[in-house]
Design a protein. Sequence first.
Length: 275
Amino acid sequence: MNDEAPDIQDSRTSGEPSATPDAGGKAAPKNKRSKGSKATAAKAAIAATEARIGYKFADSALLTTAFTHVSALKPATRHRADSYQRLEFLGDHVLGLIVSDMLYRAFPRADEGELSKRLADLVRKESCADVAKQLGLTDDIKLGAVGAGAGARLRKSVLGDICEAVIGAIYLDGGHAAAAEFVARNWTERMRKLRRPLRDPKTVLQEWAQGKGLPTPVYREVERTGPHHDPQFRVAVDLPGLAPAEGVGGSKRAAEKVAASVMIEREGVGGGNDG
């Protein structure tokens, strides 16, 4: 045996990582190569997420935090402030401000009540989750050690929170303009599409009639059926020159709203949909 030969230790007994000599006879530690590969993969993942979001971060750490669920943090150093929750808080309020501004400009004739209803519909968690789902952000969420089924349910339940966290991250990284661009790109079409009636149809019909120089719509009870404790009302609404429209409801007011809605739809009145 050559006494000058280097003493090579097995990583399984020495606790040190094994080394493989390179062409120059120098060892190239595996852990350095694996770290480099992980870093490259992480950068590629961030770039892919940025592409889906439509925004490139100057500080990618903000994006990483926006997708980190508290369960993914190391138990020894876990702190909720290191998860997406603070960014979610910020993004919630940034989204509200931007959408409020969009609504104010898009619906100049809408009153405060209608604007508030539209805002509530657009910024609710379900709407945010829908945006995140359409952007394909579900699989980007970082979770801790949970089962496949539990993980799928958890991802679905926090999608809305993640979307708000992303908005908060964009706001911190690129300012109001960058956040407003992201929101406008993903909420403008939703703002234009009405998911449910937002204004009282009787008010809409009355305003339309006044704009046409017609008198106030007249509502009359046509029929009342059912037992005393559970009546059903059939009501007609009349306007000069137009065929009556009828509606049925559990109260006169409810039936009047249905009748007004029927006439609005039949006459192509736009006030109920576009403010």
